[in-house]
Design a protein around this ligand. Structure first.
Ligand SMILES: [Fe+2]
Length: 365
C-alpha cells in the first residue's frame, strides 16, 4: 500500500537538532530564524545557530514575536527576511513564533495587502521551513495552518495552504524542561483539545483517528501530573502534541477553538487554557446529542466522560467569569466561524451559548 499522510519529515529525540544538522541543508543558503525570547534561555537558539554554522548556512534572527502574533509583527519579520536575503525560514518556539514564521514564509512567496491576508485561496508556494517547538501543545510543526490575530474580525483566524507544512520538524523535549507549570498545563490542554476535537469532525478518518487516539492515550494520564514533570514525561507530552497536530492537520478543529479565540482576543486568556475551559462542556453537549465519537474519546483516555470533564476542571482551577451578555455576543459570532462547520453534531446558537454559560458564567449543566 502506498500511503502519504503529511509531507513533513519528523526528527525526534533529545539533541536531534545538532545530531541531524544536515537536515537544514536542502532548505536554502540563508535562514530567517523566527523566534521569541525564551529560545535564548532553553538552548534551542544556540543549537539551531550551531547547526546552521556546521552547514555554512548564514542566518538572521527575528526575535520580536509576541504572543498571538499580529499582522504588524508578521510584516516586521517579512521586512527583515527581505532585507537579509533569506531563502528559508525556521520557526522556533511555541505556537506564536511558529505561526508567525509560517505567515512570513507564505507572504514572502505570495504578497498580499493586509485586508486580503485572511481571505483564503492561497496557492501552493511558500519559502521552505523547518519548525522546532519549544512547548508541547500547538502541533503547528506538522500542520498546514498559521493562526494570527485578526484585528478586522476581533478574533484569531487561521490561514491555510498545503505550502504551510514545514519540510522538517525537530522534536527535542529538552527545550521544554524548564517551562513553568502554568505553561505546561495550558499547552497540554491545547494538545488534548486538538486530539479530542479532531475526533469530533466529519472529516476524521481511520488515519487521523489513529493519531488522535494515540495522542489521547498518552496525554490523558499525564494531565494529572503536570506540576513538575520528569524528562520522560516532557518527551511524551511533546510527542503527543505532535500526534494531535497530525490529527488536526487533516480535520481542522471544532467550535472549541472558534469560541476560545474570542476569550484570547478580548480577555487575554491563554490559547490552550481557553480550549481547556470550553472542552468539557463541549464534550458533554456532543454526548447529549448522541455522537458516538465521545465514547471513542473516553475509550482512548480510559476514563468516563465525567472524569475527563473533572480532570480538565482541576487543571483549569479558578475559572474566569465572563458576563452573560459577552457570551451571547460570542455565541452569535461563533456561528459565523469556519470551525463550527462539519462537526459531527451541528450546534444551534443556543447550544453554543449553553457551552459558554456553563463554562464561564457558573451556570449548571
Ligand atoms: Fe490550538
Amino acid at each position: 500500500m502506498n500511503f502519504s499522510y503529511i509531507p513533513t519529515n519528523i526528527i525526534a529525540g533529545r539533541g536531534c537538532v545538532l545530531a541531524h544538522a544536515a537536515a537544514f541543508k536542502p532548505l536554502g543558503t540563508r535562514a530567517l530564524i523566527v523566534t521569541g525570547q525564551s529560545s535564548k534561555m532553553n538552548g534551542a537558539l544556540a543549537d539551531v545557530t550551531a547547526a546552521l554554522a556546521q552547514n555554512s548556512q548564514r542566518f538572521a534572527v527575528f526575535d520580536r514575536v509576541t504572543p498571538n502574533p499580529t499582522l504588524s509583527c508578521v510584516k516586521e519579520g517579512l521586512a527583515l527576511l527581505q532585507e537579509s536575503g533569506a531563502d528559508f525560514v525556521i520557526g522556533l518556539g511555541g505556537g506564536s513564533p511558529m505561526d508567525a514564521a509560517k505567515a512570513i514564509a507564505i507572504l514572502a512567496a505570495e504578497p498580499r495587502a493586509d485586508e486580503e491576508i485572511f481571505a483564503g485561496n492561497y496557492g501552493n508556494s511558500a519559502l521552505p521551513m523547518a519548525h522546532i517547538p519549544t512547548t508541547a501543545g500547538t502541533g503547528s510543526e506538522v500542520t498546514p495552518y498559521a493562526i494570527l490575530t485578526n484585528d478586522f474580525a476581533r478574533t484569531k483566524t487561521s490561514i491555510f495552504s498545503p505550502a504551510l507544512y514545514p519540510k522538517v520538524a525537530f522534536l527535542d523535549g529538552g527545550y521544554t524542561d524548564h517551562l513553568p507549570p502554568h505553561v505546561t498545563k495550558n499547552t497540554a490542554m491545547d494538545a488534548f483539545s486538538h486530539a479530542a476535537e479532531s475526533m469530533l469532525k466529519n472529516s476524521s478518518s481511520p488515519a487521523s483517528e489513529r493519531f488522535a487516539r494515540e495522542s489521547l492515550r498518552i496525554l490523558y494520564p499525564l494531565l494529572k501530573s503536570l506540576e513538575n514533570p520528569a524528562k520522560e514525561t516532557r518527551d511524551a507530552l511533546l510527542w503527543a502534541s505532535c500526534l494531535a497536530g497530525m490529527a488536526i492537520a487533516h480535520t481542522g478543529t471544532t467550535f472549541v477553538h472558534g469560541m476560545g479565540y474570542f476569550l484570547t482576543y478580548d480577555h487575554g486568556v491563554a490559547h490552550g487554557r481557553a480550549n481547556g475551559l470550553l472542552l468539557g462542556e463541549t464534550l458533554r453537549i456532543f454526548a447529549e446529542n448522541g455522537v458516538p465519537a465521545v465514547g471513542e474519546i473516553c475509550a482512548a483516555c480510559g476514563a468516563e466522560l465525567g472524569e475527563i470533564i473533572n480532570t480538565l476542571s482541576v487543571l483549569c482551577g479558578k475559572r474566569e467569569k465572563i458576563p452573560r451578555e459577552n457570551c451571547e455576543e460570542y455565541a452569535a459570532r461563533a456561528m459565523q466561524t469556519k470551525n463550527i462547520k462539519a462537526c459531527k453534531f451541528a450546534p444551534t446558537e443556543a447550544d453554543i451559548l449553553r457551552v459558554f454559560t456553563r463554562s464561564l458564567c457558573g451556570e449548571e449543566a
